[in-house]
Design a protein around this ligand. Structure first.
Ligand code: GLA
Length: 374
């Protein structure tokens, strides 16, 4: 039976013709200053899209998407060289782990045992600590062209690395199809009970090559509630309705329309948007979470996720001192990040969706980014 299904699938690929298959090509991507070589895999489809993923941080280093006139531009922020991702880290496009977002005061306990992590964001631990997964060189496990051009990268995190328990085996699978869907799936297994929250930290600017800021982008977030934070961006535990606040994106709103609404303390704490939204619908099933469109270029990105939450961040910490790929300065409000995962600081909130992973369980976090232009 299984053989029959495979037979039909390969027949479909054959009739589609090899010219229409998406391709995956492996290339060198320079070296870090200590000599470590970095590689990249570029996934390209027949619709003019291509995604370059580098082994440092299993990061989406570039994403070329046609606009309404067919003009191809890079819609994610980043650097030209791998070393810059270490010297001036901003988490551009990277895979974040072991724990994306914050853990209050770098402390949590699991089965009665207390763990202390390094604090690297004021009083808190951020994005897996000083040497998280974004600063590690991942291995390329497989590269394949076909109906889905695909690369699988893996990383093995030692028991105790950055203060987290258990040896964690992680894969990041990126695939691109002819429907202009980029799919990213994180999977992990552990040798001991642990906590984790893997995500991707791409900074989208649909104008291409950072031509304009994102204040005129229209954003929809399929979320009736979000998790407000304290002044250090740790959730208070409340799940607050977005209705009647600057956080309501259930219908499309321009990012800039309410971002300066300082009457809302949450806008002040975030210096804009830097908040976890509770995605409507059942976590664990792939469902629509966000839509971003740029009326000038005509590009739209629709995002579906399996995660319970999504962090909406408007690049508030970028201050114009970072010079990226296009030789342009990256300033506050130059990008939108949408980071799907469990909620920030979940290990310290018993009533948040759990970040716990036990031996024998398989962790999966899937996100799909679909691009159109009109
Ligand atoms: C996440 C956080 C932000 C910031 C960025 C990285 O989006 O929520 O506060 O730390 O990562 O700069």
């Amino acid at each position: 039976m299984k053989g029959a299904i495979l037979g039909i699938a390969s027949a479909a690929v054959l009739t589609m013709g090899s010219a229409q298959a998406a391709t995956a090509t492996r290339s060198a991507f320079g070296a870090l200053s200590d000599g470590t070589k970095v590689e990249a895999v570029t996934l390209t489809n027949g619709a003019g899209m291509s995604a370059k993923i580098m082994t440092l941080g299993a990061a989406l280093q570039s994403l070329i998407v046609p606009d309404k006139a067919g003009r191809k531009d890079d819609v994610v922020l980043g650097y030209d060289t791998a070393q810059e991702y270490l010297t001036r880290p901003n988490y551009f496009g990277v895979s974040v782990g072991r724990y994306a977002n914050r853990i209050a005061k770098g402390k949590f306990s699991l089965d009665g045992k207390a763990y202390t992590l390094a604090t690297n964001d004021g009083p808190n631990s951020l994005h897996g600590g000083p040497r998280g997964f974004d600063k590690r060189v991942w291995r390329i496990d497989s590269v394949a062209s076909g109906a889905d051009a695909k690369v699988v990268m893996s990383y093995v995190s030692a028991d105790g690395e950055e203060g987290f328990p258990g040896e964690l085996k992680v894969t990041a699978t990126y695939s691109l199809n002819e429907q202009s869907e980029l799919r990213l799936e994180y999977r992990a297994t552990t040798s001991k009970p642990t906590v984790l929250n893997l995500t991707n930290h791409s900074y989208f600017n649909l104008s291409g090559n950072n031509a304009r800021d994102v204040m005129g982008n229209l954003v929809t977030l399929h979320a009736a509630r979000y998790t407000p934070v304290d002044a250090t961006l740790i959730p208070t535990g409340e799940r607050r309705a977005v209705a009647g606040t600057p956080f309501d994106f259930r219908n499309p709103h321009r990012v800039g329309d309410r971002i300066r609404d300082a009457k809302d303390q949450q806008i002040r704490f975030g210096r804009g948007y830097d908040h976890n939204y509770i995605v409507d619908g059942a976590a664990g099933t792939l469902r629509p979470a966000a839509v971003v469109s740029d009326p000038v270029s005509g590009r739209t990105m629709e995002m579906s996720v399996t995660a319970p939450g999504i962090q909406f961040y408007t690049g508030n910490f970028m201050d114009g001192t970072f010079f990226g790929k296009s030789g342009r300065a990256y300033r506050q409000g130059d990008a939108i990040c949408l980071e799907p995962g469990v909620f920030p600081d979940s290990p310290n909130h018993a009533d948040f969706p759990t970040a716990r992973l036990n031996p024998g369980q398989g962790y999966v976090n899937t996100m799909v980014y679909k691009f159109t232009a009109k």
